[in-house]
Every structure is written in C-alpha cells, then in structure tokens.
Write a protein that binds this ligand. Structure first.
Ligand code: BDR
Ligand code: CA
Length: 304
C-alpha cells in the first residue's frame, strides 16, 4: 500500500481525485488537508468531508483545514468554474463530521513524523500548506517520499497566459516547495489538457453505480469543458501514482515567477544550461489519454 496525503481545494476534479484515491485498494490515504483555492477554505473543507462521507470513509480518514489565504498574494477563487459551493451539480447532505482540531500544517507534521515509512504528498490545490510545512518544519523533508503535484505548465496558463491556477494562487509557496530538495513530479496543465474525460466516458460512469452518478453529475457541471471533453487535472496525479508508465516525463529545474506580469509561471530550464544540469522535478510532458479514460471507468466501477 502506498501511504499518501492529499492536500486539496475541492473543487470538482479534486473531489474526483479524492474519490479515486480513498477507494483504491493499493493507496492508503492517511490524511486529507484543505486549502483555499477553487473556493474558500471553509467550503473546500466541507467538500472534502462531503466526499469522505459519501463513501463512508469520514471516520477513518481525518480532514484538517488549512490556509485561508496564500502566503503573500491576495486570494482569488475559481468559483466561476466549480460553482459557488465548489462542487456544484450534486446535492450532498451537510457533513456530520467536522475537521479535526489540528491545523493542516500540524496534522501534516504529526502524520509525516509518525509514519514508519516515507509518505507521498499529493497537492491538488495551491501549495500554501506545503510551503508553510516545509518552512516551519524542515525535519519532515527526509520523511516525504515524493510530491506528485498538479500545477504549473510548460505551455500556456489558464489564469494568465503564463500561469496555471494552483501555482498562480500561491507562487511563493510553490517556490518554497520547488526549492526544498524533495523529489517532485509536476503534472502540469499542458499534460492534463491532453487527457480530457470524453463524453463517452462520462456517459459510461453514470450507468455504473451511485458513485458514478455522483461523479457524472459534478463533472458535467464543470464550467470549463468543450465538446471534446473535460479536463480532470487533479485525477491525473493519482493516475500517475498508479501508472507512471502512461505519463512521459523529463527532468528539469523548475523556477517560479513570484512577481511581475508572469507571476505564477513555472519556468523550466529546458536547456539545462542555467542550472548547470541540476534538476528539481520530473516534469510531465505527455499522457496516454485513452489509458486514462479506461482507468477512470475501472476506478468508478470498483467504487461502492
Ligand atoms: C487546477 O486548478 C483548479 O481549478 C483545479 O482543481 C486544478 O487543481 C487546474 O489548473
Ligand atoms: Ca484543485
């Protein structure tokens, strides 16, 4: 079992990533932490609890609420894409459980340090909690096996021409994360946009079970889709964990722009000259979209 922690801002695709991870027999989700991003942290926390309760996992997997604001930059949400609740399209009951009393940073620290083996971190929102953790508690670094992060892009952004949403939201936290010396896999927007969930896949999951109906309904309400399909950005991190062979990667040094018109840009040293061959991330460049669609259907089929 791969021990992991998901740090998310659900968010439609975060919710789908959570649903897949907590139901996967080979993944051991030890903790879910939340962050402001797609919507405010109060809402992302409620949404994480809603997904855990939907699958009857809220007693086993703690949820800790995290940062309400980026480290420095003012907060801007993405409610126009994910709806005011962050997970529009399905009528979830109000969660019965509450987040644990610890903050996300304390819960991350305690969970990582208590683990007998290094843990994989999967951030699918902005990296504010991770940045705070690494700055306050550098002792966690050797106990983090790797970070598989959705965010950034080697191509065009979705917030500005240069910047993808998660890195744009908190570039200062992203800079701390990329400079921490921990193995990082960057699953960027230019990759996730290659793996659209097709209308045929969406129609199929609706017929499978109650989980498929729920996921169909929230994914169908995503405000950023086309006739070709809808990107499931955050789910691609979980797909990578299970099927790294389906994602082409290249080692690069990633720098983060923290000021100016390109704020939030992930700058890859593709020539390897500026950083003299040193690299700090394995960066996704291509993904097998058909394999992703088939895998996603299989994951939903296995859900209860
Ligand atoms: C990222 O931004 C968010 O809106 C999505 O949940 C995803 O994590 C894509 O740029
Ligand atoms: Ca997200």
């Amino acid at each position: 079992m791969e021990k992991m922690i998901i740090d998310a801002d659900p968010g439609i695709d975060d919710a789908a990533a959570l649903a897949v991870a907590i139901n996967h027999p080979a993944l051991d989700v030890q903790l879910v932490t939340t962050v402001a991003g797609n919507v405010t942290v109060d809402k992302t926390t409620q949404n994480a609890l809603k997904i855990l309760e939907f699958f009857g996992k809220a007693e086993q997997i703690p949820v800790a609420a995290g940062a309400a604001q980026p480290l420095i930059k003012p907060f801007e949400d993405a409610a126009r894409i994910h709806g005011e609740s962050g997970m529009r399209g399905y009528d979830f009951p109000t969660p019965k459980m509450a987040p644990i009393a610890k903050t996300a940073v304390t819960a991350l620290y305690d969970t990582i340090m208590a683990s007998p083996e290094p843990i994989t971190l999967v951030p699918t929102g902005s990296y504010t909690n991770i940045g705070l953790l690494l700055a306050q508690y550098p002792a966690v670094k050797p106990k983090i096996k790797k970070i598989v992060a959705m965010g950034g892009t080697l191509g065009k952004g979705n917030m500005t021409s240069a910047a993808e949403f998660n890195v744009f939201t908190d570039p200062d936290a992203a800079k701390i994360m990329y400079q921490a010396g921990i193995p990082i896999v960057m699953i960027g927007l230019d990759v996730t946009l290659q793996a659209l969930l097709t209308p045929a896949t969406l129609a199929t999951i609706k017929t499978l079970n109650r989980a498929g109906e729920m996921l169909h309904d929230i994914i169908s309400s995503d405000g950023d889709q086309s006739t070709a399909g809808v990107a499931m950005h955050d789910v691609n991190t979980i797909f990578y964990l299970r099927h790294p062979e389906a994602v082409t990667t290249a080692p690069y040094w990633i720098d983060i722009q923290t000021t100016g018109p390109a704020i939030g840009e992930t700058v890859a040293d593709v020539r390897g000259a500026y950083h003299q061959g040193r690299t700090n991330a394995l960066v996704g460049t291509a993904i097998d979209a058909a394999a992703f669609n088939q895998w996603f259907i299989a994951q939903v089929r296995g859900m209860k």
